[in-house]
Design a protein around this ligand. Sequence first.
Ligand code: AHR
Length: 370
Amino acid sequence: LHSTSRRQRQMCIRDSKYVMKRIMTGLVGIVLLISIIVIAVTAEGDKRIENDGSESQEKLVTIGFSQVGAESDWRTANSIYIKQTFTPERGYDLLFEDAKQKQSNQIMAIRRFIQQEVDYIVFSPVVESGWDTVLEEAKRAGIPVIVIDRKVSVRDTGLYTAWIGSNFYLEGQKACKVLNHYVEENQIPEVNIVNIQGTLGATSQIGRTNALEDAADKYGWNLLAQESGEYTEAKAYEVMTKMLKEYEDINFVYCENDNEAFGAIDAIRDAGKTVGPGGDIQIISFDATQEGLRRMRNGEILIDAECNPEHGYYVEKVMEQIEDKELLQKEWNVPEEVFANIPENYEIMLGGKRYTIQAITEDIVKQREY
Ligand code: AHR
């Protein structure tokens, strides 16, 4: 009896091993089959049939981008952020066109993008006016237009889908408020300020210049002269040299970007004057690029209001909204800070909002990416 039940147990074990083996073989088969189906479906999805019947890979989203030029460190950073966002690996084909600061080049580029039937047109307009006709052409072609950095002034705002950029007037207001704080703290009897403007007619120039003019009225500053430095170092050097010859008592220069500040500093030194703490002339600037902040740390620049060039992320957000047919946000302001050559951070109030003015440190300079 004992040996019979042992045999039965052995048979039973053999039977269950056999059943397990069959189940495992079945499972492996099913897994293999599923994998083959998934690979086949994915590969098929990556292909599309062209008109000529040939197969190609999944279509990339084509973006025609017209950049103003390469006039400043800020502009170079802005181009880099756009190129880093819209790569083939991320599903984009970016057609990048440099307009070399000419509106006519931008209009030609936009017309080429329309002919190429791109999916989106993105551009940073050199000036605000003169865009109605070409944007009507883009609208007729059914191509969404996303404007970045400076704005367009058009009869019908439906000619573009969205705008992404800075509040340039607010940047100027912040810089002027910090300047007034400095003047009061240091009991400076008279402010004799000159303004090296950006490209005339660009939104950034209009906003920053208006903020200075309003502040000069409000605080009683003497705004001695205004002239465009075209956002470049070379032109700003030329303009500053001329202003120094005309006015002996300049104690502040309001440059509308960092590159103009670099040109103005060179001109001041070449004229035998000094900048920085205890010096003859103090510099106010915009952009807060790494070089701008490094010069602030060296004492050459007193105030630098940031202009945030990282627009790529927001352009992609707008495109997602267009794809999802969501309710669109038309205007997108990028976040920005203000830096000053001061011992400690402090806060200012503007339009009921609180802003921190950051004391420049070595860490801030090092962490700056552009
Ligand atoms: O429109 C933004 C301005 O244009 C930046 O301040 C300047 O550096 C650039 O060229």
